[in-house]
Structure formats: C-alpha cells, structure tokens
Design a protein around this ligand. Structure first.
Ligand code: FAD
Length: 522
C-alpha cells in the first residue's frame, strides 16, 4: 500500500507508529482522518528508465531537513529493522536507483526550492541551494545576478542532490571538472539521522563520501555551488567527420586548448533519424547529406564545441572560432556555427524533450548505458559497439567525448578508469529509446542483454572501462567496479549509514538488523 503524507514532526511519528503498529490499522490514506494526505501516486515507483517499477509502502514529503533527520533517527532503532529510505530527486535514473521496494521514498521536491545567490567581488561567488532544486531553477536565478554555475549536465531538469550523488558531466567537464568538483559545501542528513554541514575542511570524509556516493552516505538537503560570471551568449559549432581516428584526434586537440574552448562534446551519426534528432535544437540549415549503406558500414561523427562571449569582444569570438576551426580536419565544408543565448545553449535538450513529447516518444523505456572508457581502449570500444548494435535501426543518440581525469577529486566516491599519463578518458552515452510501437517487451529485453554484453566486455581488464550511473546487483560486480576504492567505500558506509538504510535502489547493500560489518547484496 502506498500513500503520501505531507510531513510535520508529529506526522513523522504518526507515520512510523502507524506503519509499524501491530494492529496494522492503515488500510487507506483516508483512515488517518484529519491529517493531510494525498491520494497515492505512481511517481515513487517510476523513473526515466521505465524498466524497474518497485513500489515503496510509504512516500514522505518533508518540508524541512529536520523531518528527514527525525525519520532516519527513528529508523535507526532496532524496532524498524527492515525499513529502507530512498531520496528521490527528479526520478531521472534509469534502473530504479531512487526507488525503495517496500521502503520509504522521500520526495525531495516537497521542500520549497531555496536558492540564495552570494556575489563576491574579491572572492568566490556561490549559491546555496536546497537538494531538491532543479538545475534549471538555479540557472534562472543565478542569471538574474549575471552569474551561473561553471559545470553542467546536458539536461537541466535534474536535481542538485541527484547529479551530485553521481558526478554531473557535460561538455564543460574537460575544463572545470564534473559538478562534484564545483561544490564548496553540503548539508547532509546521514543514515543515522545526523544533520551535518561538511566541506573539504569540515567533516571532509563525509563531504567526499557523498559526492558521487550514489546516495549511500546521506541525503543532501543543501549544496553550496560555485558560480562564475555568466556569458551572455555562445558561438556553438558542429563539424562532421567520416573517420573515427580523426574525430577523436580533433576532440583531444580541442580539450588541450581550454583557454580558447568552453565546451566540447561529440556524437555518432548512425542513420538519418539520429542525424535529424540531433539537430532539433541546433538552428541551422543543414546541407550535410550522409550516404548510409544498407550494410550499416558507414558511420559519421560530429564534434560540437562552443566558445562563450565571456568578456571577449564579439569580433574576437569569431576570430577564436576561425582559429580553432583551421586546426581541425573535418569533412571539407561540413562545419556549421550558430550564435545562441547562454540560457538556450545550456537548455538545448529541453527542445529535444519537447519534440519527443509531441510525438509520444519521451515517456517510453530508456535502456541507457553510460561508460567511461580509457583513451587506450576507445577504438576497440567503438568496434565492439558497432558489432553489437544494429546501426541502421538504432534509436537515440550515442555521445562520445573526452574528459580529463585530473579535474576529478580522487577523494570523492566517483569511479573512473585507470588512464595513460595524459589522463584522457572518453565518456560514452548509448542513449537508446525503446519506442513501444516498434519495440516489444522482448525487444527491450534484447537491448538490455546487449547492454550487459557491452558493459561486461568493456569493463574487463583489456579495455578497462567503468560504468557511469552504474547498475549492478551482485557484490563481486560492485567490488570490481570500485576496485581499489571498495574498502574505503565500505568503511565510509559503516561510518555514515551503518544499518544500510539509504538508497536501496542502487542494489549495493542489504539492510542490516544491527551494526555489524558484514556486507550483503540484494
Ligand atoms: P534521481 O533519479 O531522483 O536519484 C538518483 C540517485 O540519487 C538515487 O540513488 C537517489 O536516491 C539519489 N538522490 C537523489 N536526490 C538525492 C539527495 N538529495 N541526496 C542524496 N541522494 C539523492 N547525467 C550527467 O551526468 N550528465 C548529463 O548530461 C545527463 N543528462 C541526462 C539527460 C536526461 C534526459 C536524463 C534522464 C538523465 C541525464 N543524466 C545526465 C543522468 C542524471 O544525472 C542522473 O540520472 C541523476 O541521478 C538524475 O537526477 P535526479 O534528480 O533525477 O535523481
């Protein structure tokens, strides 16, 4: 049974008493009489992936961090030995990571989104933001002050707490690091109910554990995000390639000139549909006509980079783009550039979302697979990928772009592959949609099996890739994933969530009945 409770201190206690009372008197939300209940909703068992649908037995909509703290304090007592808790941000996970089967889901959007911008003339500007706030809301608010965060995800309707629990990557990552490298401080409620303010200087172990920590160590109720002066607009460039080696060589060139370039990504063009899908948000007259062959042997690649009007004179930006373009080896004449506002540039995926929604193709299953691939294995990875999928019918983008390992703090919980000395890693997003009109449940299963094959093969020793937004269900897989970081991850879990109450949807730990270091996998 699922119900939703608008929470107050009293309500948390009533909820807990009611749920665990031996009299089992909760039959429906209405049985609570005068208390303020909503009818059950599906959202807590639904995510963007639409692959897992695990129902909690309760949904909590707290209004203050204190209520989360109270809930976790009470759940740490032996009387509540089976209950797990999952924070839910925007629910844009793929594999049920924000779900809590038979546990309690805390919907973070219930706490009024609070954004306070601090502009410093002689120091760092930053924003204090509640954990359930969407990045788009922070962008809108900070732009009013002429400021903006430096590091982004491609899509902005994700929460601060959700992306900081993973990493938060996009075309700015090569330059500024992921979003978890751009946080100054966090307020966290740990698995034992303690409400702690932490940073690199104050409770640094908790701070670093939570960043990229898959929700395992605490619930982020607030984050202090670094801001910079926002550019007004950007010059956004796309250039086509028909040779993978030249494509990656040029991408690596672009990330080596970070003083000139502000954003670098790239994607594979496998068929007509993937080409047009990628150009929904890019306002240009595209005269590139790819020649795809029936045997799927032809694949194109597209680099995109951007140069911001960041205190640079307008004419200067054109000159910078020209200087950069001269160094690249794209297919002659197939380069396009547009000038867009900074807001529209950052919010570009929203336009794709709207287009997909209008065709009923947004609320479908998304068997996505994201990986970090060391530069040394990227060509083998590409070959394996193209052998495994069917390029002519593939639906959805495949992103491929380089980032630099030295922009990540190795004290955080995020996991990256080993690299060569230059520290270049490729992020690969195989972002497939399973359109129910063309893809039956069997077809979705087949895609998931393909993903497993690609993930298993490429995370082996030879290529040495690591999953991003990882999905595993067995202990040995998580151990292999974390590698040398596993023991530290385990020690931190024991310190901050010793009973394994938090984020059960990640499938790493089983709820414990008492403080004992044994690891159990669901
Ligand atoms: P949820 O799915 O709600 O939660 C994810 C995990 O974080 C769960 O384990 C949950 O328990 C935990 N969690 C949520 N809130 C908190 C909190 N406040 N405190 C502690 N733990 C919490 N990622 C990128 O890095 N770059 C991209 O460009 C990118 N683009 C995307 C585009 C789309 C269309 C989608 C659907 C996803 C994209 N993602 C991208 C992935 C996205 O960053 C992750 O799925 C992220 O977890 C989603 O945030 P959310 O708020 O929906 O989190």
């Amino acid at each position: 049974m699922e119900f939703v409770l608008f929470c107050s201190r009293i309500n948390v206690l009533v909820l807990l008493f009611a749920l665990f009372s031996p009299f089992k008197f909760i039959q429906s939300p209405m049985d609570f009489g005068p208390l303020n209940f909503l009818q059950p909703t599906n959202t807590s068992s639904l995510d963007f992936g639409r692959i897992f649908f695990n129902s909690p037995f309760a949904v909590l909509r707290p209004q203050t961090p204190k209520e989360i703290s109270l809930l976790l304090t009470v759940l740490s007592s032996p009387s509540f030995s089976k209950v797990t808790v999952s924070a839910r941000g925007a629910g844009h996970s793929i594999n049920g990571q924000a779900q809590a089967i038979n546990g309690i889901v805390i919907e973070m959007d219930s706490m009024a989104s609070s954004i306070k911008i601090h502009r410093k003339i002689d120091g760092l500007s930053y924003a204090d933001v509640s954990g359930g706030t969407l990045w788009i809301e922070l962008l809108k608010e900070s732009l009013k002050e002429g400021l903006a965060p430096r590091s982004w995800t491609d899509y902005l309707y994700l929460t601060i707490g959700g992306t900081l629990s993973n990493g938060g990557i996009s075309g700015q990552t090569f330059k500024y690091g992921p979003q978890i490298s751009n946080v100054l401080q966090l307020d966290v409620v740990t698995g034992t109910g303690q409400h702690v303010t932490c940073s690199s200087f104050q409770s640094p172990d908790l701070f670093h554990a939570v960043l990229g920590g898959l929700g395992q160590f605490g619930i982020i109720t607030s984050a202090r995000i670094l801001l910079e002066d926002a550019p007004l607009k950007v010059k956004w460039v796309r250039a086509f390639y028909n040779n993978f080696q030249i494509f990656i060589k040029d991408q690596e060139l672009l990330i080596s000139i970070a003083d000139m370039v502000d954003y670098v990504e790239g994607f594979m063009v496998l068929n007509e549909q993937s080409l047009h899908g990628a150009f929904v948000s890019f306002p240009t007259n595209l005269d590139f006509i790819p020649q795809f062959h029936a045997d799927s042997s032809t694949v194109y690649y597209c680099i995109e980079f951007a140069v911001s009007y960041h205190l640079r004179m307008e004419s200067n930006v054109d000159q910078v783009v020209e200087d950069i373009s001269r160094q690249l080896s794209f297919m002659p004449s197939f380069i396009y550039n547009v000038e867009v506002s900074y807001f529209d540039f950052l919010n570009r995926v929203r336009m794709e979302e709207m287009s997909l929604r209008s065709r009923g193709l947004w609320d479908v299953s998304h068997p996505w697979l994201n990986l970090f691939v060391p530069k040394s294995g990227i060509t083998e990875f590409r070959d394996l990928l193209l052998e495994s999928i069917s390029p002519s019918t593939f639906e959805g983008p495949i992103l491929v772009y380089p980032i630099l390992k030295d922009k990540w703090n190795s004290n955080t919980s995020a996991v990256l592959p080993e690299t060569d000395s230059d520290g270049v890693i490729y992020t690969v997003g195989i972002l497939r949609s399973a359109n129910p009109n063309g893809c039956s449940p069997q077809c979705l299963d087949a895609i998931l099996q393909q993903n497993r094959y690609i993930a298993e093969t490429t995370t082996g020793k030879r290529i040495g890739a690591k999953q991003y937004l990882s999905h595993y269900s067995q202990e040995h897989q998580w151990r292999q994933h974390f590698g040398r970081k596993w023991d530290r991850f385990l020690a931190r879990k024991f310190e901050f969530d010793p009973l394994n109450i938090l984020a059960p949807g990640q499938g790493i730990f089983n709820r414990k009945y008492s403080k004992n270091p044994t690891v159990q996998i669901q």
